[in-house]
Design a protein around this ligand. Structure first.
Ligand code: SF4
Length: 69
């Protein structure tokens, strides 16, 4: 799974960092910073919850386009 961020939409509200601190942090300018592109299962669950809670729909979790190993 890939996690994608649209920085043009992010307003630095910070919900994602509270919900999934192992996956998201905030940059010095307050916008979201992706810490882990491919988190473990627990991180992925948290990232999905953060996607749902982001007020600007700036986050998405999509299918990994690479073939399975
Ligand atoms: S919750 Fe959304 S708007 Fe807030 S910092 Fe995270 S990505 Fe940006």
């Amino acid at each position: 799974m890939d996690i994608a961020i649209d920085h043009d939409r992010c307003i630095g509200a910070g919900q994602c960092t509270l919900i999934a601190p192992e996956v998201f942090d905030q940059r010095d300018d307050g916008l979201v910073l992706l810490l882990v592109e491919r988190p473990d299962d627990a991180g992925l669950d948290a990232a999905r919850e953060a996607v749902e809670c982001c007020p600007m729909s700036a986050l998405s979790v999509g299918e990994d386009r690479r073939p399975p190993a």
